[in-house]
Design a protein around this ligand. Structure first.
Ligand code: 13P
Ligand code: SF4
Length: 340
């Protein structure tokens, strides 16, 4: 039985001495994370992708949760959702490959309607994005007339199109306070909304969405780590449950979590977020011990070097957004980007 086109495994590329030499500077950064036997599989893919990027005038935007060989090997821009949206808006490449999840690729397309945006695996979704539909937002607006809708970027373009403004975990408080109103709908992440409510006087109404990765962390897990390692510093993403945030030393977007660790350099740190992020910054901070508390995002992990290469070879799959939806969704994203 042959596999459907989209599921075919990319062919394995040979590891030649020339490729070994060209990719040696990248491997120097990753030696502690990636054994040499695995590198022999990754290096030819990285070499091929970097050549294809030049041929296509393409860039790869990679989220902080991508695996180290993508993050350090082929990404031109890495960051949190806010940085990826901002950089996508600034890019002068003809082609953008989004190494992340589908809503991130859609956001890149919204701010670059004339560019080709490639999503190496269209099935890379997000439990928050699938927790709410455009009809749900219309129903909320009917229930709370006049209350502005502030929508997390982790949503579909159709949901963004029903919203007044978007936000990310990196700018949510600024965005909400920029509206100058006493009450907002902050959707769809219930835990992010709870976190925001502890940081502002604006009344926060929300939805029942949750991140399937961050909802699994518990305050008890943190206590167990603290009982066994006195000096451990706990850094959490605001998609975590309220008891986790309360028991943490710092909470912020993935970029803010990284900045915190870069600045504070704690001897032992527990990052309560997706696993790959610890590996990605461990490569640059050997003096910090990253205590692994693994939560894998199955959607982020659908993206592989093989799929990135294949998308650049075939220029598929292309992300498209219905023009009417796109115009309204773009306005919500652009309002967010205009908030300093
Ligand atoms: P950031 O915007 O903080 O990168 O978060 C995106 C995300 O999907 C977290 O789970
Ligand atoms: Fe969505 Fe959670 Fe995965 Fe982030 S980690 S992409 S919020 S499912």
């Amino acid at each position: 039985m042959s596999l459907p086109e989209t599921l075919e495994r990319p062919t394995r590329l040979p590891f030649t001495p020339e490729i070994e030499a060209r990719t040696a500077p990248i491997y120097a950064k990753l030696k502690a994370q990636i054994p040499s036997v695995e590198w022999q599989l990754f290096a030819p893919e990285i070499d091929a992708i970097n050549r294809l990027k030049r041929e296509r005038n393409a860039i790869v935007l990679a989220h902080n949760y991508q695996t180290p060989e993508i993050f350090h090997g082929v990404a031109d821009i890495v960051g949190d959702s806010l940085a990826l949206a901002r950089e996508a808006a600034k890019s002068d490449a003809d082609v953008i490959v989004l190494a992340g999840v589908h809503f991130m690729a859609e956001t890149a397309k919204l701010v670059n309607p004339e560019k080709t945006v490639l999503m190496p695996d269209m099935e890379a979704g997000c439990s928050l994005a699938s927790s709410i539909t455009a009809q749900d937002v219309r129903d909320l607006k009917a229930k709370y007339p006049g209350v502005p809708v502030v929508t997390y970027v982790n949503t579909s373009a159709a949901v963004k199109a029903e919203s007044d403004i978007c936000c990310t975990s990196g700018n949510v408080i600024k965005v909400i306070e920029s509206l100058g109103v006493p009450r907002v709908l902050c959707i769809p992440d219930e835990y992010l909304a709870h976190y925001v409510a502890t940081k502002t006087d604006v009344e926060i109404l929300t939805w029942k969405g949750k991140c399937e990765v961050h909802q699994e962390f518990t305050g008890e897990d943190i206590q167990t780590f603290r009982d066994n390692m006195d000096s451990v510093v706990v850094v959490a993403h605001p998609e975590c449950p309220p008891d986790v945030i309360a028991a943490s030393d710092f909470a912020g977007s993935t970029a803010e979590m990284i900045d915190y660790v870069r600045t504070e350099k704690p001897p032992h740190v527990l990052l309560l977020t997706e696993c790959s992020m610890s590996s990605n910054i461990a490569a640059e901070l050997p003096e910090v011990n990253f205590v692994k508390s693994c939560g894998l995002c199955p959607h982020m992990k659908r993206i592989t070097l093989g799929k990135i290469r294949r998308s650049l070879e075939t220029m598929q799959p292309v992300v498209e957004v219905d023009p009417d939806v796109a115009a309204r969704a773009r306005a919500a994203v652009e309002r967010m980007l205009a908030v300093a």
